[in-house]
Design a protein around this ligand. Structure first.
Ligand code: B12
Length: 143
C-alpha cells in the first residue's frame, strides 16, 4: 500500500517528536569562573561568576561579564591570523617594551595549564576556572 505524502510527513513529525526534536528554548547557559590575577603587583586576585552559552567562545562570555559587572573591563587588539589578542584587563594593559601581557590559563585542583588558543577560539567548559594573569614573557621563547 502506497502512503500519501501527507501521511509520510505526519509520520516523520511524530518520529522526530519521539526522538527528541530540537527545542526552541534558546542556547543553554553554562556556569564557569573567571579570575583576574596580577603577578607583577600584589593586587588581590578578583574572581567573577560567569556563564557561557553551550559551545560559545571565551570572548563572548567576557563580553557578557563586562556588560553585567561594573568592575570588569577588557580590551582586545585584532590580529589578522589569530583573532582577538587580550590587550588589557581592568585598565592594566600589556606592554611590548616591558614584555608584559595577559596570560590565559585554566586552573583545576591547583594545577594551571596555559590555553593553547586565544580568547576568540577557546570554548570554556561547565564550571571551568579561567585565570587571566598579568605576566611577563621571555623574548625569543616559544610562547
Ligand atoms: C612570541 C609569541 C607570543 C608572545 C608575543 C610577544 C611578542 N610581542 O612577540 C606572547 C608571550 C605575548 C604570546 C602570548 C600568547 N600566545 Co603566542 N605566540 C608567540 C609565537 C611563539 C611567535 C609569534 C611571533 O613572534 N611571530 C612573528 C611575528 C613577526 O609575527 P606577528 O604576527 O607580528 O606576531 C604577533 C602575533 O603572533 C601576536 N600573538 C602572539 N601570540 C598570540 C596569540 C593570539 C591568540 C593572538 C591573537 C596574537 C598573538 O604577537 C606577536 C607580536 O605582536 C607564536 C607561534 C608562531 N609560530 O606564530 C605563538 C602563538 C601565536 N601564540 C599562541 C597563544 C595560544 C598565545 C596565548 C593565548 C597563550 C596563553 N594561553 O596565554 C597568549 C595570548 C594571550 C592574550 N593576551 O590574548 C598560539 C595561537 C594559536 C591560536 N589559534 O590562537 C600560537 C600560534 C602558539 C601555538 N599555540 O601554537 N605569544
Amino acid at each position: 500500500m502506497a502512503l500519501s505524502p501527507v501521511t509520510l510527513l505526519s509520520l516523520g513529525f511524530l518520529l522526530s517528536l519521539a526522538q527528541g526534536a530540537p527545542s526552541n528554548k534558546g542556547p543553554v547557559s553554562l556556569p564557569f569562573r573567571v579570575s583576574v590575577e596580577n603577578d607583577l603587583s600584589n593586587l588581590t586576585p578578583v574572581s567573577y561568576a560567569s556563564s557561557v552559552v553551550e559551545g560559545g567562545v571565551l570572548i563572548g562570555a567576557l563580553r557578557r561579564l563586562q556588560e553585567t559587572q561594573n568592575d570588569f573591563k577588557f580590551t582586545v587588539q585584532e590580529h589578522p591570523d589569530f583573532g582577538p589578542f587580550l590587550e588589557s584587563v581592568n585598565g592594566v594593559a600589556g606592554d611590548e617594551a616591558q614584555n608584559t601581557y595577559w596570560e590565559i590559563l585554566s586552573e583545576n585542583s591547583g594545577e594551571y595549564s596555559r590555553l593553547d588558543v586565544g580568547i576568540g577560539c577557546y570554548t570554556p567548559a561547565t564550571n571551568e576556572h579561567i585565570v587571566l594573569r598579568f605576566s611577563t614573557w621571555t623574548p625569543n621563547s616559544d610562547e
